[in-house]
Design a protein around this ligand. Structure first.
Ligand code: 5GP
Ligand code: ZN
Length: 111
């Protein structure tokens, strides 16, 4: 999608610190990390958010969770997967992404 930051990262036209790539999914370090491990897992094709997913996206979701699990292996103490949907949740980039956070004790509930 034109003018989408994460589509541009997926296309390689904007650089990112990529930690994992598959046919359908890219994982890269967050530019403003909130934890020692803070990786974003995105689908290469544009989806606005988790609200845009449906039954036809089962394979894509499996690929995203599988990538998240590989990233989480860096955090033996545990890790958290978060996806923000919409303004109240603080979604600032309108392209589906999982935050993978770990490497320190994480508070609950989030703010
Ligand atoms: P959201 O607020 O939408 O849930 O998360 C967006 C995330 O994208 C934020 O954690 C923010 O730091 C990250 N981010 C924004 N712009 C860039 C960028 O250009 N490169 C990378 N690697 N991360 C970004
Ligand atoms: Zn996009």
């Amino acid at each position: 999608m034109a003018d989408c930051l994460f589509c541009s990262i997926a296309a390689g036209t904007i650089p990112a610190d990529v930690v994992l790539e598959t046919d359908d999914v890219l994982a890269f370090n967050d530019i403003n990390p909130a934890a020692p491990t803070h990786v974003l897992v995105i689908p290469k094709r544009h989806v606005d958010s988790a609200a845009g997913l449906g039954p036809d996206d089962a394979g894509l979701l499996a690929a995203m969770f599988s990538a998240a699990a590989r990233v989480g292996e860096k955090c033996p103490g545990g890790w958290r997967l978060v996806t923000n949907v919409g303004p109240d949740a603080g979604q600032s980039v309108i392209h589906l992404h999982f935050h993978i956070l770990g490497g320190r004790a994480l508070g609950w509930p989030p703010g």
